[in-house]
Design a protein around this ligand. Sequence first.
Ligand SMILES: *Cc1c(COP(=O)(O)O)cnc(C)c1O
Length: 395
Amino acid sequence: MKLAIQGGNPIRETFLPYGHQWISEEEIHEVIKVLKSNWLTQGNKIKEFEEKVATYCGAKYAVAVSTGTAALHAACFAANIREKMEVITSPISFVASANCVLYQKGIPVFADIQKDTYHIDPKEIKKHITKYTKAIIPVHFTGQPCDIEEIHKIAKRYKLIIIEDAAHALGAKYKGEKIGSLSDMTIFSFHPVKHITTGEGGMILTNKKEFYERLLLFRTHGITKDPNRLNERKTLWYYDMQELGYNYRITDFQCALGIKQLDRLNEFVERRREIAKIYNHAFKDIEEIIIPYEKKEVVSSYHLYVILLRLERLTGNRKEIFEALRAENIGVNVHYIPIYYHSYYQKLGYERGICPNAEEYYERTLTLPLFPKMSDRDVRDVINAVKKVIKYYRK
Ligand SMILES: *Cc1c(COP(=O)(O)O)cnc(C)c1O
């Protein structure tokens, strides 16, 4: 079959994106109810959403914010990241995982990834610890939880705070326990491509009251009205700005959507895992592709399905294969460009070559479409397109 990029017929007529939300009529109705009410923001839907996610994940406290990025920023504030402090994270993540450290004037430090899981390697974390290290931001890349126990051991030994970037891992489990309550703080994102959506939105979960209170302050300009935190207690109108916070609030109509979406999370995760299984089965015997490595002790919530190309067995590079698949109308993607490759980080002085595994991974990675609303037909189209393109470029 002639490749679409060479003028042949594409595998599908319409473009299939790599991720997409799934919103029901009932959910739309819930949003409209809030729009007709008195409280568009700062009403009771926010609290309800927070409590529901906290209960689902087994965490004590939750703070909903405007985006996952705001959640990371708030967590860095709560962890007291300041000038000269170093925070270790993975280069294979979205830029927000490191930017949040810069927002607090701290220094992101990139530790290389493991070759099989593509997660930050605990051995590499250890190599980068200095007297300035204050925290670690492990990323549960693709939805598969990192080696949390190893990372906890390191954190305990060096007295570091752990902020899990679980934007990919809502609904995932580590040794039988839900992601969300295992570390000092865990953040989620509710962007439309993530497991559940509020349009834009994010949340921080914690079991520590001290973090919880700082997160609440940070979300609303650093302002408090809590009588226990004020000197002038008696006046009704008094409030005090005690820290430099932001307006990172989420709205009630967004939370109304989130509450209903959460009811379907398990279903969503199951469908994601089912599609991943079908892909695994279809690709396991294709020598030119490495399918995702699955650790025994975790349950991945499969935000992403990532394959690695064995370029030594192919006549085309990743760019050619990517473009050939796009021409077939398959919305392949790349997750991620190593964070320090971006020009802003280059200007800060981060050099190429500092994380060789991450850089090699980047040359070979491709993300295939994966979202719960995909039909079996969509899944078949992806498989057929991958087989068609790989066959053409096979050595
Ligand atoms: C999506 C994402 C974020 C940021 O979330 P937003 O809600 O888009 O701000 C942070 N980290 C990772 C790993 C993500 O995938």
